[in-house]
Design a protein around this ligand. Sequence first.
Ligand code: ZN
Length: 425
Amino acid sequence: MKKQHFQTIFKTGTAILLCGIALTGCGTKNQQNVTTNITTVGNTALEQPMRLEALKDDETDYQAYWGTKIQCITRGEHGYYYLTPEEPLYLMYWDDDTQESIKLCAKADCNHDNAACNAYFGDVRYYDRTAQAAEYASGFQIYYYNGFLYLLGTEGNLIQVSPDGSERKRITKVYDYDGTSNTKLVFYENAVYVYNSAGNQGSSEEHTETITRYTLDGKSQERVVEWNSVSGAIHSVKNYGNTMFFLLSGLTINKNESGQEWTYTYQGLYAYNHQTGQSGKIIDAEITSYAVDEEQEQIYYFAYADGLYVYDIKTERTRKLYDAGKEMGIAEMSYDGKYLYLYNGEWVSYAKSNEKTELTRKCAVLATDGTVLYELPINKAGYMLFGNGDYIFAEQIVADEQQQAMKLTYMKKTEFARGQWQVLE
Ligand SMILES: [Zn+2]
C-alpha cells in the first residue's frame, strides 16, 4: 500500500515533491553549493505589462475552480467523474441523484476488475511499451469538456472518452511521457492547451517552457506561450472567458552539508488573450495561486509569505484581505462563486524541509471580504481538489481498522462547521 501511495504522489506531485525526488538521485554527485537563477532571455514580450480587457463570460464552465496541482476529478452534466486514487486506475462516476460511485462501464457480463473493463485505465508500473496495446492513463488528471472526458495516455496521446465510458479515441500526441506526468490541460473553443506544470525546476540548464494549443480534431497545433528559464515552470493555468491566466515561478536549490534548501521565486500573474494572441504580465507580485471572479471582475491572489489580496480589473486597485501568518506561506487557492479556499499543503512540505518545522495541513474557507469562516483539517499527504456546487473534494490518507490508503473524500459545504470528510465510494 505504501508503495502505491508513493507512486501516487510521485506521478502527480507538486514541484516540491518532484524536486525532492530528483535531488535524492543527484545529491551525491555534487556536494558544492548550486544556485540557479531565472532568466527571461528572448521573452521580453511576456514581461510587458498587459492591460486586461473586460472578461467576457461565454457561459462555458471551464472548471477553473479545481486545483491545478492534481485534478483527478471533473464535473460532468449530472455528476462527477474521477480516477481511483491508487492503481490500477479505474474511471469512476458519482451520480448527483444516487450519490453513489460506479465504475464507468456498461458492458454486459463484466466484473469491472480487469483490463477488459471499459473503465480500466491501467497500472503504469506494469505498462509494456513494446506491446503498444491499450494505452493507459499516464497520471491522475481527468477533464470534462463539451460533452467528452479527456485523459492523458502512456503513449503521450490525448485520449477522448465518451461520457458513458463506452468509447475511447486517441486524438493526437500532445507530450512525451517519461514516467512522470506533470502535463496538464486547459480547454477553450474546441482546442486543448497543454503545459508541464513542473517545467524544468531543479535543473541548471536553460529550457523553454511552453503552452501549446492542439485543436480537438487533431489537425493543428501551435505554441501560444513560450518562456525561457533556468529552473522555471509555467503552472496554475486556468481559463476564464476569453482569457487564459498562468503563473511563472522558479526554484533555486542550495545544497549544503545539512541538506538542501529550496527557495521559490514567484514571477507574477500573466495572461494570454485568445482573441488577440497577446500575452503579458497582469499583476507584478510574488503570487503562489489565484482565482478570478468573472462577475465582479476581480482577481484574488495569494502573495508568498504574506496573504490574500484582491485586484480590481476595472480600477486596477489592490486591497489586502487576509494576513496568512506563519502557517501559510504558500497557498493554493480556489473560488467557487461564494467562498474562497486557501490550502497550505505545499507550505507544510516546505516548512518541514527548510525550517524543520511541523505544521498542520489545513484548508481555510473565507468569505470574499477575507473573513475566515472555517478551517478544514486535511490528513497527511493530502491534496485539496476543491470544487464548485454543493461539495468540495480532497485526496487524503484514510485509515480503517485494517489499513490506511489514499482515498477520494468529500464534504458537503453546508456541513463545513462539522468538518467531517466522507469517503467517496
Ligand atoms: Zn467493466
